[in-house]
Every structure is written in C-alpha cells, then in structure tokens.
Design a protein around this ligand. Sequence first.
Ligand code: PRT
Ligand code: ZN
Length: 283
Amino acid sequence: MLRIAIQKSGRLFEDSIALLRDAGIAFGNSPNRLRSQASNFPLEIIYLRDDDIPEYVEGGVVDAGIVGENVVLEKRKTVRVVDRLGFGKCRLSIALSKGTPYRSVQDLNRLRIATTYRHVLADFLAANGIQADVHEVSGAVELAPSLGLADAIFDIVGTGSTLLANGLYEVETVLHSEALLVADPALTREKQEVLDRLLFRIQANRNAKNHRYILLNAPNEKLSEIARLLPGMKSPTVLPLATEGWSSLHSVVQEDVFWEVLEQLKAAGAQGILVAPIERMIL
Ligand code: PRT
Ligand code: ZN
C-alpha cells in the first residue's frame, strides 16, 4: 500500500485528481476530504495543505506527494523527485514598482524585498552577491510595495495580471516551477513497486497526449523519403495496398510538430493522410 498526499484544495487539486483517475485509479470523493482509499490499486490518498507535503514525505508520514517545485525548494526537505507532471506551471520572480528603474541584478542591493519564499530568494541573492533586506510576509505579498513595507517583492507569477493590477513589473525570473511527483527516498521495496506501477501509467498517458497516430498512403517509390519524416517509435509500419505500387504507412508523430510534418508529408507525395489521437503509449 502506497500513501500519496495531494493538495486538499487549491490550484493543484483538480489536476492531481485527474492524473490519478486517468491512471485508472478508482476512488470515491472523500466526504470530509481527509483520505480516500483506491478500490482497484494499492493506493491511499491523503489530502493536505501543499505547504505540509514535503515535510510529511520526508518524515515518512506519507510515501509520496504531488506538490509545486516552488514549495519543495522552499521547504528544504529531503525528498526524491520522481517525475515532473507538467501542470501547475508558474514562475517565481522579483518585481519592482513601475516607477523604479532596473538595469541589472545589482540594482537589488539594499532593497527591501517582501516574500513568502525567503529560502529560494536567499539562494538567488547569495548566488548573485546581493545584499538585500528580506521581509518575510505570510500573504498578500503584492501589496507590500504600495503599503510602503517593501521596495520589491519576490512571488509566484502565473499570467502576470496580479503584478500588473498592483503596479508592479517583473525584473528577474528566478525559477520556473511545475507540479512534481516526489517520494520518500527510503521506500520499502513493496512501496517502490507500487510507485513504479503508478509512474508507468502516468508516463503512458503523457506519451499518448504528446503524440498522434498517423496513417497515410504513398506510392512505393516515395516510401523511403516519407519514412524518414516519420521515424515513429522504432520505424514506421509499411503494408501493401491492394492497388499495385502503393503502400500504407503507419507511425506516430509528436504533437508539437505534427502540422509541420503533415505539410512535409503532403509535399513528399503522401495521400489519404489520417491523424488520430492515441489513448495510451508505452515507449
Ligand atoms: O491551501 P494551500 O496552502 O494548500 O494552497 P495555497 O493557497 O498555498 O496554494 P495555491 O492553491 O494557490 O497554489 C498551489 C500551487 O500552484 C503553488 O504552490 C504553485 O506551485 C502553483 N501555481 C501555479 C500558482 C500559480 N500558478 C499562481 N498563479 N500558485 C499561485 N499563483 C498565484 C500568484 O501568486 C498570484 O497571486 O495566483 C495569483 C494569480 O497569478 P497571475 O500571475 O496569473 O495573476
Ligand atoms: Zn500553501
């Protein structure tokens, strides 16, 4: 049995639930959202504040967790990063009031910077040889400059509209963050096996999402050129068509380049091209 902690409510909650459900794990909605037991997989889900997850994983209270990289780095707990999950994307940035000029990182010297991420900020300032006055606040960081509490802030930025609304502008991006699957570095063999099975399913889903299945017809003399455009997982499948001199070619193509590849395939003489989604993909 593997115990995994996810955020109880907030920005990571829905994507964390979807990740587990897409991995075929069935569990009911916990009425009080404290814990749920999966009915078809040896997994127990524990719902926590995101800030507590690194500590619970390090202490072995839970075996694994889904939490933002920003929180993992700030909490300075010993956890193993098992996978980067691709959701909850944001950045941790330094922002100044609109009127304050900024040329280089040296301009941060002697400024008062408000943040809830003092450890990540301290590492950045030390790495750049900056002496600044760091004010730890517990929330509403973006208000600090207008209240006269600070000259700058260091905070999470998503779209940037909160900064804009508070008359601030981003001057340094310190970290690009996303949700991570983390685990206790010392899992028993049995728990590690469950984690490996979960990871296998997560990755099969991600690979499927990142690829499309592609089928096309081509005259035999064009096949080698077309096959070069579609390396697929090993190499494309080629099957003869009933029409003499023609073949059907099946392969996979990466989601982020498939329009370009389609144009190239058409130019190379492919016909009857079909593109279909993939449900699961194991590399
Ligand atoms: O209750 P709990 O402690 O569990 O939750 P929380 O309130 O501490 O965290 P929550 O739910 O707000 O965020 C959880 C995680 O989501 C963070 O730790 C990040 O890893 C990630 N994430 C992604 C974000 C954002 N995007 C984000 N935009 N976390 C916070 N924000 C804030 C940002 O600071 C700003 O105040 O959302 C506001 C809107 O951002 P803009 O730039 O889009 O305007
Ligand atoms: Zn939190």
